[in-house]
Design a protein around this ligand. Structure first.
Ligand code: FE2
Ligand code: FE2
Length: 248
């Protein structure tokens, strides 16, 4: 196994490890600036590979921020290994997730972020956007880097298999095929609406945790994904309880 590095936007690097046994890839993102930030730590078992990749880009002890979308092993499993390796690093997570989990899990106290709070790293501006239960996790949220219009969208658009580092080929079909296998997304009346609110950011690039980085029509892709989940909610609702409507 190896971790490949691709710059998907200026000074935003995708670190990607394909695990052949699982036919699944795990990506992290390093934002290089005055205060370097890692989004998604990777699994503990991948720490040697991912930390080696970060070390090819910056001295690892310069890492300042450790972030992730929600509490789950592939999102934050190696959090404390990073804290040990980078003495100036601090975890930053949504305030709710800090209260429910990270205050207890992290070896050093985390920074609690409010919804839509911006972390200024230097020239990069990372906005934390809370997306509770989208795609899953009470504490779920994402980061939008404003200077490059890059949405680090975590588990959204999760696909199976190996992927190119960067693509303009459509990503919604592979994501729905994977959803049919994993059933990883919470189907709630606000699922589609939350995805559409991310489209309102007008992202130019999407950084997927399990799949390629996408540089096609990101707004359309998010609307397509939202529409597909609205349909699934309506179908499941009708099957279980009678007609049910997503919120606008
Ligand atoms: Fe997840
Ligand atoms: Fe994930």
């Amino acid at each position: 196994m190896e971790t490949q590095i691709t710059e998907i936007a200026p000074n935003i690097y995708r670190l990607s490890t394909y695990v052949a046994d699982a036919d699944f890839m795990f990506n992290q993102f390093l934002v290089v600036d005055d205060e370097p930030l890692l989004f998604q730590t990777g699994l503990r078992m991948l720490f040697p590979l991912v930390s080696d990749a970060v070390g090819r880009l910056i001295p690892i002890e310069q890492l300042r921020w450790i972030t992730f979308g929600h509490v789950e092993a592939d999102e934050c499993g190696s959090m404390n290994l990073w804290l040990a390796a980078s003495p100036n690093a601090q975890v930053a997570h949504g305030a709710l997730g800090c209260r429910t989990s990270v205050n207890d899990l992290a070896d050093r106290p985390p920074r609690a972020l409010q919804d839509r709070e911006v972390m200024t790293l230097g020239t990069k501006r990372m906005r934390r956007i809370e997306t509770p239960h989208v795609p899953h996790g009470w504490d779920a949220g994402l980061f939008y880097e404003e200077s490059t219009s890059t949405l680090l969208c975590g588990d959204l658009f999760t696909a199976v298999g190996d992927s190119p580092a960067l693509t303009e080929h459509e990503i919604t079909g592979p994501a729905l095929a994977a959803e049919d296998v994993f059933r990883a997304t919470c189907l709630t009346p606000s699922t589609g609406a939350t995805m559409r609110s991310l489209a309102d950011l007008q992202p130019q690039t999407l950084g997927l945790m399990h799949g390629p980085a996408y540089a096609g029509d990101c707004v359309q892709a998010l609307h397509d994904l939202a529409g597909a989940f609205d349909e699934r909610l309506a179908t499941e609702g009708a099957r279980l309880h009678g007609p049910i409507s997503p919120v606008d």
